[in-house]
Design a protein around this ligand. Structure first.
Ligand code: ATP
Ligand code: MG
Length: 296
């Protein structure tokens, strides 16, 4: 149990994200490493803070081998002198291998058997979250983390929600909107209830799986500028999905079912868990991403 932030010694910066920094930290009496994500809140963030406190309650209930564990949340409160918001800190399970984004930057692309193993874990994680009526909304390579065993887990559920309302404009969301589904990019396409938003996570996962095969973001060319207009066009109107010739028919079908533009026709998580691409390959990838891990 982590009772006080002061018990955590900051060792290194693991990365920066949208409004926050992630540190590798060490807890002396537990003799454990953790990842500490610190979100800086500004004076307009009181609503976000309340939201975050709520999220924290949900986060603590989440317990799945497919989701990065959040051990504790600390709210530093509002600084009385400046009246400005302080920080909110999330103590998370430390994932030694970094993110899938790092893995792809290093190795460029992954073989299908490895992608199948990854897809299975992400689908299991989504199945767990959706079973708790939670939509992740920010599935992307930097939110899929790898531990030293090569196991992939979903991160940043909740944390990403907290940030979402707090920063204005498209810029802060640029990285994220690349993985958004057509119905999220263009609300005119949306004719469902909040409870149907699970389909958006399936889309994002499909984009990530294709990125693993291509070695670059798959919906626009490697040379194209990833600005909002280009991305939105590619997501909503790009209808020809160019698959590498060597991609197996199972993989192609799997990705097409994820990237169905009409959300009502898109595959569900359960359908995909039983898809031959995942089930047929599932015995060969016990190694997971083990050979691809960067950090120790
Ligand atoms: P966003 O703010 O949109 O989520 P992001 O995912 O790139 O963007 P962060 O979530 O702040 O930003 O994470 C930054 C980086 O820190 C990640 O890309 C990853 O490399 C590293 N990181 C985050 N969480 C952990 C963790 N639990 N264990 C190890 N490394 C982590
Ligand atoms: Mg993240």
């Amino acid at each position: 149990i982590i009772k006080d932030l002061l018990d955590l010694e900051k060792l290194a910066v693991l990365g920066h994200g949208n409004g926050g920094t992630v540190y590798k930290v060490y807890h002396k009496s537990n003799r454990c490493f953790y990842a500490l994500k610190v979100l800086r809140l500004n004076e307009n963030s009181i609503g976000i803070r309340q939201h975050a406190t709520l999220e924290a309650e949900i986060l603590k209930r989440i317990d799945s081998p497919y989701i990065v564990k959040c051990h504790a949340v600390f709210d530093n409160g509002i600084c009385s002198e400046s009246g400005k918001g302080g920080d909110i800190s999330f103590v998370m399970e430390y994932m030694e291998g970094g993110s899938l984004h790092d893995v792809l930057r290093q190795h460029h692309r992954l073989p299908e058997e490895v992608i199948a193993g990854l897809a299975k874990r992400v689908l299991e994680g989504l199945n767990y979250l959706h079973g708790m009526h939670i939509v992740h909304r920010d599935i992307k390579p930097s939110n899929l983390l790898v531990n030293k065993k090569g196991e992939v887990k979903i991160a940043d559920f909740g944390v990403s929600h907290v940030v979402e309302g707090g920063f204005e404009g498209i810029n802060s969301n640029e990285g994220t909107c690349a993985y958004m589904s057509p119905e999220r990019v263009d609300p005119e396409r949306w004719d469902g209830e909040n409870a149907d938003e699970f389909a958006g996570d399936v889309w994002s996962m499909g984009v990530v799986m294709l990125e693993c095969l291509f070695g670059h973001f798959p919906l626009i060319g490697p040379g194209q500028r990833p600005d909002w207009a280009t991305l939105m066009c590619a997501i909503c109107f790009g209808d020809k999905l160019e698959m590498p010739e060597k991609a197996s028919p199972d993989f192609q079908h799997f990705v097409r079912r994820c990237l169905e533009k009409t959300w009502r026709n898109r595959a569900t998580v359960l359908e995909l868990l039983h898809h031959p691409f995942v089930s047929r390959n599932s015995c060969c990838f016990s190694k997971g991403l083990g050979d691809y891990v960067l950090r120790g």
